[in-house]
Design a protein around this ligand. Sequence first.
Ligand code: PLP
Length: 382
Amino acid sequence: MKKKYLMTPGPTPVPAEVLLTQAAPMIHHRTPDFSAVFMEAIEGLKYVFQTEKADALLFAASGTGAMESAIANCFCAGDTVIVCRNGKFGDRMKQISEVYGLNVIDLAYEWTQVVNPADIAAALKENPGARGVIVTQSETSSGVLNDVQAVGAIVREYPECVLIVDSITGIGAVECKTDEWGLDIVMTGSQKGLMLPPGLAALTVSEKAWRAYERSTLPKYYFDWMKYKKNIEKQTTPFTPAVSLILGLQVALKMIREEGLENTIARHSMLAEATRRGCEALGLKLFAPPEGRGSAVTPVWVPEGVDGKAIVKIMKDKYGVTIAGGQDDYAGRIFRVGHLGYFGEFDIITTLAALEMTLAGLGYQFERGAGIKAAEAVFMGE
Ligand SMILES: *Cc1c(COP(=O)(O)O)cnc(C)c1O
């Protein structure tokens, strides 16, 4: 037997309380029992999204379903949107926009760069008719945190332009004030900070986003937001919901409420800091720039002379610790340590210990124990 540890930024570990709830016998979804749980989950989602004004909608889908729904529900073919992309998920929003026939103003950056809000301001000045700005808050492929608060302040001045925020690994890990920052659509997915298995996607819809919906003519059926809103008013869902996942969601959201969202975010920032300091103490270089590092995942450059794919493979096969490799151009060049959702101090210590043993086995020179020591110092407040 080998004990296994899942240290990736999605799927993320699921607490036993949530797993046990999901293992309960099936209940029917058109019942008061289900409605009570469902409505509590919707209220809990509004809490983690930090919104009182927006609607929170929930779909049986992976996160990409929410992304696609945002495009289909807000726009007409030929609309101009400004897509900011500094990683794989920004690329995906561009692809979805193009599939739906939108005219994309492409704000492309390196994966190691942060989106510059001034570029969005300039693009909007040049294209005052743009109907949307799309930005990824926490880029899971690169660990970069984009300043969606600053973007919100810019887009707010354009009454016909909605701000779509992919916060799929932001929600529950970093600050994301939907109402206060003027974010029109904010998305998340169950297998990230919500501590659930994959299969649910959630998003918020502001009043401005509903105005975009009213005007939108792109085809939609399963993801037609109005169907979900009208059914929530009747405490139910338009189609058969992912019942077990929603039962689990209600429990997971209760755990976040009990911790208090501010504390949840502070815990993530401490875990991220410990991971960063631990890796740096091993002489490793962080991928994301200091001005934009998120708390969901820490991508790290593979040191010269070391086989990056071997790091991920040995950690998993020999030590039972699954981390993520790099994506696209960065496959084999970086590795990514997730600390999103159900994570505590000793998950980081475990991961760093496995990383040290793996690197030592691969012949990389460093001071053994330095990574763990640096992480411990963060946890001890030193
Ligand atoms: C995980 C993720 C998604 C959605 O991916 P799915 O595999 O469809 O759940 C989108 N954006 C970001 C930033 C993500 O981390």
